[in-house]
Design a binder for this molecule. Sequence first.
Ligand SMILES: *Cc1c(COP(=O)(O)O)cnc(C)c1O
Length: 439
Amino acid sequence: MPNSSSDFSSRPFEYPSADASLSCGQHSLTKLAKQYGTPLYVYSADQILARFMLFQQALADRSHLICYAVKANSALAILKLLADHGAGFDIVSGGELQRVLIAAPEAAGRIVFSGVGKTAEEIDQALDADIYAFNVESEAELKLLASRAAKRKRKARFALRVNPDVFAETHPYISTGLREHKFGIDIRQARRIYNEAAGNKWLTAHGVSVHIGSQIRSADPFGAAMKRVAKLVRELEIDGIAIKSVDAGGGLGIDYHATLSGPDNFNPRAKVEEYAAALETSLAGLNVQLLLEPGRFLVAQAGALLARVLYVKRNGKKTFVVTDAAMNDLIRPALYQAFHEIVPVLPRAGRSAAVDIVGPVCETGDFFARDRKLKPVEPGDLVAVLDAGAYGMAQSSNYNTRPRPAEVLLRGKKATLIRRRETIADLLGPELPLSNHSK
Ligand SMILES: *Cc1c(COP(=O)(O)O)cnc(C)c1O
């Protein structure tokens, strides 16, 4: 594996020398921007695989399946890359099911289907694909699953997604493991529901699943949730229900505040090992397959959003750097007050000054950073918004009728355009021809 995609650094991006362009492995981001235009998402396949291998290695002593959470970054090429290395997938919609089936049809048996609002149609598609298991989030959903399975004469393997009532320190919008959240089934009800389902010949109780939230930095809440799951598995055993798998969900966080120039204290290998150890301690003695659903941890730091500076404008005391990328391309700062490190691709001499880095969209919330120290930039310069590989392109929109960025996947010496830039014609297609509406 090339140097900086090694498993112990935060990011695959670095300045090879003081006056060189920011690079990813052997690729200059200046050249990539010239070739593919901006805004542009760039991902390191090498880092994604290195991160995936960390999970594989940390769980080597237990039967396990790493189900990549497709919603973090659903690019077909990334799904294929991971499937080729044995990954399973955690999906939350029929659309994501289609993505996996197109990218890696052979991985159908390694899919778990999560989500609070599965439709009958989506359930049918997943039954037909013979996925690994349904992570069921309510009694009503379990009933629907049973009736669809009976209709198709196909047994459905399910896990109840239990809500363990564990608090995880993260942004309130991405915390999911408390009783007050819409997710999962109250763990105190789960034993009864498993027992009731045992009488249905179209349902097979395969697992217990849990997902307590996202961007969780400490291993403790994962261990605490798994302890409650393990207790449930033992109770079910007493009831004669043999659970074969437990799914610990996703949610392991990264360090968005690591700086590219300063010391890098983030150690992904140590993080994954600590996380796996916390789960293993809680599972002690249980002979079950362990499923994980990491999303962000696999892809966030492998990606950057490249943008070109359009204007540098001063309003009173404030300086605004206006880029050609905007909140429609990366909404995390606007949606979660998320911090993303932003650096010039080819730094100029001079002092850093506090600026707001903003996009062209007509919303005050359209910013990537506020009062951020940035080296001097001029119109035409490139900046890189780092740690943008997860929930970046996946949450993008066409707001302001802005075509979405192109995406490039880097692997060793190779750069591959995995999604072409959208055109205005792509956006207007569903509304045309206009004459149909005026008849
Ligand atoms: C979002 C989600 C994940 C992935 O979360 P990350 O924080 O990206 O690891 C996994 N499982 C479920 C059920 C999810 O909703």
